[in-house]
Ligand binder design. Structure first.
Ligand SMILES: *Cc1c(COP(=O)(O)O)cnc(C)c1O
Length: 385
């Protein structure tokens, strides 16, 4: 293996973390007891400005960010939430954990939810920008949540930030993502009332003022504790300062790789759009057998590569089993009739996934190191095909 840490983890820096030392020196890591504005407040203000939204809220991870965004749509229990057929299982888990039913919708050539397949009465849709591929936003449904966990820093065709266009956008700071604090989540919205609802739910349904014991207004709804802490916010602020540099270095590596791979006859590089954060290079092969052979060659050369096969949710045990820790099978039991939406039972998506191979890119490398790495891939791919 070339490296032990991906993307943002390479750029974690104690030297550039004054907010972390500040919080430790204050001896207060709980955001609502910290001085005003807290590190978490500053992080949220930074994120809201960067993404051009009314409000942002930190939370423990990307899965919780999805749950908060879904709750802010005030759904009816047992109702159907349309989600992409190709995404991380956290999306289905977030939906189910709220007593809602995930309905997988088949995807387009870029593995993005295909809006043309949505039923006319679809009200709530989650789209996912998978592996930096910026997905289109469906126009009909009232609530579109952009799962941007794999596309931090991306832009839509009109220049708007990924996560800022739908009702809400969610981000993850898991170790493997573009920016990281080990674990961490962020949810943003164009609607300040949505941010207020999520903030209240994440603090036991309270209307807490900074520095005070929580206070519950008349008609307060129940909540949970999904508050994120000051140390994590400090690391996330540090990571945000590295974001443009990371995106620029990924862009450079991607350009170099695409240029060099154009010289390898039997390899087809999948084009990316301008606004995609270039987290990887995608190759497409004529048949699954060739992909498997190429993957074995790259493995033998010590060069990392992976597939997106694991993301096909209709084949995922969590969805095929319809199992639940609730003794009565909740929430599946609320809507046993719900079926996925596909043109062909996901056959062409399955086949498409089996021909796709992902090569990771390394923003931490110098120009020379990136070029050397590209050359090693070119040699291995040239030999194998
Ligand atoms: C990582 C990821 C999540 C979940 O984020 P966590 O912070 O790990 O909870 C959700 N959706 C997608 C597409 C992801 O890649």
């Amino acid at each position: 293996m070339l490296r032990s840490h991906p993307y943002g983890a390479q750029f974690l820096s104690a030297k550039d973390s004054p907010e972390l030392f500040e919080a430790l020196d204050e001896r207060v890591l709980f955001r609502y007891s910290a001085k005003n504005p807290s590190v978490s407040d500053r992080l949220e203000a930074h994120a809201a400005e960067r993404f051009g939204v009314a409000g942002a809220l930190t939370c423990p991870n990307g899965t919780q960010a999805l749950r908060l965004a879904l709750l802010a749509t005030r759904p009816v229990s047992g109702s159907r939430i349309h989600i992409p057929a190709v995404t991380f299982v956290a999306v289905a888990g977030a939906v189910l954990s709220l007593g809602l039913i995930p309905v997988c919708v088949d995807v387009d050539d870029n593995f993005a939810l295909d809006p043309s397949l949505l039923p006319e009465d679809a009200e709530r849709v989650i789209v996912a920008h998978m592996d930096g591929m910026v997905a289109p936003i469906p126009q009909g449904p009232e609530f579109v949540i952009e799962d941007s966990a794999q596309a931090m820093g991306g832009r839509h065709a009109d220049g708007q930030a990924v996560g800022s266009v739908g009702f809400a956008g969610t981000f993850s700071f898991h170790h493997a993502k573009v920016l990281t604090s080990g674990e961490g989540g962020l949810v943003v919205s164009r609607f300040s009332h949505a941010r207020d609802l999520m903030r209240s739910y994440s603090d036991h349904g309270s209307a807490r003022e900074q520095g005070k014991y929580p206070q519950w207004n008349e008609g307060a709804f129940f909540g949970e504790n999904l508050t994120s802490n000051e140390a994590v916010a400090a690391v996330q602020l540090q990571q945000f300062r590295a974001l443009d540099h990371i995106l620029e270095r990924l862009e450079r590596h991607h350009t170099a790789a695409v240029y060099a791979l154009a010289g390898v006859d039997s390899v087809s590089v999948v084009p990316r759009t301008v606004g995609d954060p270039k987290v990887s290079v995608h190759l497409e092969f004529d048949d699954p057998r060739t992909r498997t052979e190429v993957q074995a060659e790259l493995d033998a050369a010590g060069l990392p590569s992976w597939s997106l096969d694991k993301y096909l949710l209709p084949d995922h045990p969590v969805l095929t089993s319809k199992a639940s820790l609730f003794a009565d099978g909740y929430p599946w039991s609320l809507d046993p009739e719900a079926t996925h939406v596909s043109r062909d039972g996901f056959e062409s998506t399955r086949a498409h996934l089996a021909r796709r191979l992902v090569l990771p890119l390394a923003p931490e490398m110098s120009d020379g190191e990136q070029d050397d790495l590209v050359a090693r891939y070119v040699t291995a791919l040239g030999a194998s095909t």
